[in-house]
Design a protein around this ligand. Structure first.
Ligand SMILES: [Zn+2]
Length: 97
């Protein structure tokens, strides 16, 4: 992720059968906006240009300089936000790791 261009946005589902994601640097998790958040969970964060890798706000400030990330605005070509609730969503319970 050296030199990546990052932007901040609400978490969205990359694939419909995923329901959360993790920070690339710590175990903070990202949940869809609208869900109740527990400590160390975020409903928005920093993501790479392809929006595949997520970084939580704390790690972003810790690592921005070291990895020389630049920041951009959201662009029209970015993935759309995922509406909540999801019809296919399962009850939040055990987190698979
Ligand atoms: Zn993190």
């Amino acid at each position: 992720m050296q030199g990546a261009t990052m932007h901040r946005r609400p978490y969205f589902l990359w694939r419909p059968d995923w329901d959360h994601d993790h920070c690339s640097f710590c175990w903070a998790s990202f949940e869809l906006p609208g869900r109740p958040l527990e400590p160390n969970e975020f409903d928005e964060g920093w993501t790479t240009d392809d929006e595949y890798h997520w970084v939580c706000p704390a790690c972003f400030s810790d690592f921005q300089e070291r990895f020389e990330w630049s920041v951009r605005q959201r662009l029209p070509g970015d993935h759309p936000d995922t509406p909540w609730p999801q019809v296919t969503a399962q009850q939040k319970g055990i987190v698979k790791k």
